[in-house]
Design a protein around this ligand. Structure first.
Ligand code: SAM
Length: 282
């Protein structure tokens, strides 16, 4: 049973398939005093589908300063609210995060109602390293700032996750390729929808692929992390996990990093490396 007094609920909504909403999300959306939504028309359709009649107010990039204060005032007076975005988790690449900050500053309790999220859905199907990753979201629109961010990310070994609008996708792929080189990339398109697709490719091949076609739908871009250039393990020496692991250790890497790099080098899971080394060391 939820105690719905003076709480800001951050409610995940589907990113395509309506069946991805949770029982708890529907319950909270029905029971709160009001719902703050990015696009009330869009959210109205969702609410109608689930027979939810809770009052809706707009909270978006344009009115967030004024609407934010009004929402907090209502919460302070004991009302409860749900914040939703157009899709997925509120506060991930949308104005919900400002409302959360405001709520915390004014001691309003914030409660997550987890659910669908485009970045993590793309990541788990990417086949790239999921043990450590960096979520970037949308890159800055100005070329200079975009370049700065990418230069900063260039040597990150973790998998990188980007959001992008379809009409910017080609430019972003070119920018990624210019700074990162020809890395492995997965485009997760139209997640959870009828035309869901995972395009697994190299950045340059993808750029060529889109030469004559316009990208359509929603995309998450998942890019492989940078190769570790510090240690050079000769191919012929890759005979077993221990050999590779010990080479990384000898090169000065700590145990955790050495395990991660061993897994990457041998294209096996980190758990496999961890279990193996554990048995050898015990
Ligand atoms: N809050 C959302 C979440 O939790 O995933 C993200 C909102 S952000 C404003 C919108 C971006 O998320 C899109 O431009 C796209 O990159 C990604 N996205 C959202 N839904 C998607 C889907 N069904 N398939 C692929 N990407 C999606």
């Amino acid at each position: 049973m939820e105690n719905l007094k003076a709480i800001l609920y951050l409610v995940a909504t589907p990113i395509g398939n309506l069946e991805d909403i949770t029982f708890r999300a529907v319950k909270v959306l029905k029971e709160v005093d009001f719902i703050a939504a990015e696009d009330t028309r869009h959210t109205r359709k969702l609410l109608t589908h689930f027979d939810i009649h809770t009052p809706l107010i707009r909270y978006d990039e344009n009115n967030k300063d004024i609407a934010g204060v009004q929402i907090i005032e209502r919460l302070k007076n004991g009302e409860s609210a749900a914040c939703v975005s157009d899709a997925g988790l509120p506060a991930i690449s949308d104005p919900g995060s400002d409302l959360v900050k405001l709520a915390i500053e004014t001691n309003i309790k914030v409660v997550p109602i987890p659910g669908a999220n485009a970045a993590l859905s793309a990541l788990i199907c990417s086949g790239l390293d999921t043990t450590s990753f960096t979520f970037i979201g949308f890159l800055p629109r100005t070329p200079k700032k975009c370049r700065e961010v990418l230069e900063r990310l260039k040597s990150h070994e973790e998998t990188l996750i980007f959001y992008e609008a379809p009409h910017h996708l080609k430019t972003t792929l070119k920018n990624l390729s210019e700074v990162f080189g020809n890395r492995e990339v997965i485009l997760a398109r139209e997640l959870t929808k009828i035309h869901e697709e995972f395009i697994r490719s190299k950045l340059e091949d993808l750029i060529n692929q889109f030469e004559d076609t316009e990208p359509r739908g929603e995309f998450v871009i998942v890019v492989d992390g940078a190769d570790d250039e510090i240690v050079d393990v000769a191919d012929e020496s890759i005979s077993d996990i221990m050999t590779v692991y010990q080479k990384f250790i000898a090169d000065g890497l700590d145990k955790k990093t050495a395990m991660r790099e061993t897994a990457k080098r041998l294209n096996i899971s980190r758990r496999e490396v961890y279990n193996y080394i554990l048995t050898k060391e015990s």
